[in-house]
Design a protein around this ligand. Structure first.
Ligand SMILES: Nc1ncnc2c1ncn2[C@@H]1O[C@H](COP(=O)(O)OP(=O)(O)O)[C@@H](O)[C@H]1O
Ligand SMILES: [Mg+2]
Length: 385
């Protein structure tokens, strides 16, 4: 068994008007949410469609869990890989339940199993099964239809899900909601998700790993923090900077500024991860503490070097789960909390969680992230005048 979910090896593609990809190499680890991001036409969709063999490369290999996909039956392969696109294409004359269960039904699962699986999936994507099961696609909003698309992609229990700008056509509010749910989903179902977008804010918000592409080549790959902290060149800096702190709506004169602009996407770890993984993450992020979240993305604890590092025999303690060593978390703020409250908390706590109305974690704020965000806001103001 390969430790990688997907590998591109020396892949080249030319549609006839010059190479789109040339000797392209990429490895994607299991259970990560990876975003492919880059300007329009840089080859994102081509890469994605090669994974489920909607497009064949001219040269090179693509491996799925160590197996060369060109040797697999394309129909089987597509059933094992979820695929969500912008125009989701639900079948108009089939109910939501029928739409979601197409692939499991093709696989010959029992009626009873189909019903219970649909219910489970509808709940997972935040739609009440009793209300939605028997509805038809036209009776749903655009955001709800995209959710059904996600549920359908999950129905066959694929190990990999491909998503090509799945939320691009949605209004900003549904879009942010679906981004949040996707993060939650990824933690909950442990799938490898390859997510294509040209929206840097979206990528920074959801990605474990970011792959920034230009003209079919990787310009930089790393965590959102790595790219923000150490952009490889001017292209990356410009790309990251473009919309980074642009408010989604123009601020009202008296409305409180949203703390979302101060927050970082990472800084948290699932309570079921190993202590060794937490140590690695802590080291990579150069943070002093990590928030610990449960399957519902609620903050349940906090760990720092004290909890993770002081245990004798690292190799053994590395196999402990984070849940076993964490201590209770400090207070959290909401995105619309007053900034004075945040600054007070930062005096006392090195890391402050930002949570939504359901107490789910949206992101983390540290003194450093705060300073960085203020600096960048100032830079933008200066260049704007
Ligand atoms: N079926 C096709 N036939 C010819 N050219 C194509 C086809 N699909 C994509 N291309 C070209 O390949 C390049 C990469 O396209 P694509 O992978 O769709 O980029 P992205 O998804 O990043 O916008 C573009 O120049 C596009 O015009
Ligand atoms: Mg595309």
């Amino acid at each position: 068994m390969s430790r990688f979910a997907l590998e591109f090896k020396q892949v080249s593609k030319d549609y006839g008007a010059g190479p789109v990809l040339e000797n392209f190499n990429l490895t994607i680890e299991k259970e990560r949410l990876v975003t492919l991001i880059g300007p329009s036409g840089c080859g994102k969709t081509t890469l994605l469609k090669m994974i489920n063999r909607l497009i064949e490369p001219d040269q090179g290999q693509i491996l799925w869990e160590g197996n060369e996909i060109s040797k697999l039956d394309p129909v089987e392969l597509r059933r094992s890989i979820g695929y969500v696109i912008q125009q989701i294409g639900l079948f108009p004359h089939m109910t939501i339940e029928e739409n979601i269960s197409i692939v499991p039904r093709l696989k010959g699962e029992s009626k009873q199993k189909l019903v219970s699986r649909t219910e489970e999936l509808l709940e997972l994507i935040g739609l009440d099964p009793a209300k939605f099961r028997k509805r038809y696609p036209h009776e749903l909003s655009g955001g709800q239809q995209q959710r059904i698309g996600v549920a359908r992609a999950l129905a066959a229990n694929p190990s990999v899900i491909l998503m090509d700008e799945p939320f691009s056509a949605l209004d900003p509010i549904s879009r942010v909601q679906l981004q949040k749910e996707l993060i939650h989903l990824n933690r909950h179902v442990k799938k490898t998700i390859v997510f294509v977008t040209h929206d840097i804010d979206e990528a920074l918000k959801i990605a474990d790993d970011l792959i920034l592409l230009k003209n079919g080549q990787i310009v930089q790959a790393g965590s959102p923090e790595e790219l923000l902290k150490h952009p490889a060149d001017a292209f990356v800096r410009e790309f990251l900077g473009s919309e980074r702190f642009a408010p989604e709506v123009s601020p009202q004169p008296h409305s409180a500024p949203s703390l979302i602009h101060l927050m970082e996407a990472s800084g948290s770890i699932d309570s079921h991860r190993y202590v060794s993984e937490a140590l690695q993450q802590l080291h990579a992020s150069q943070a002093s503490e990590l928030l610990v979240t449960d399957a519902n993305n609620k903050v349940v604890g906090i760990v720092g070097r004290d909890e993770l590092g002081q245990r004798p025999g690292l190799s053994e303690s590395g196999r402990l789960k984070v849940a076993e060593v964490m201590r209770p978390p400090g207070p959290s703020v909401q995105d619309h909390s007053p900034i004075a409250k945040l600054l007070d908390l930062l005096q006392e706590y090195p890391i402050v969680p930002v949570v939504d109305d359901n107490e789910r974690l949206l992101g983390t704020i540290t003194r450093q992230s705060c300073i960085k965000a203020f600096e960048q806001l100032n830079e933008r103001k200066e260049t704007a005048v």
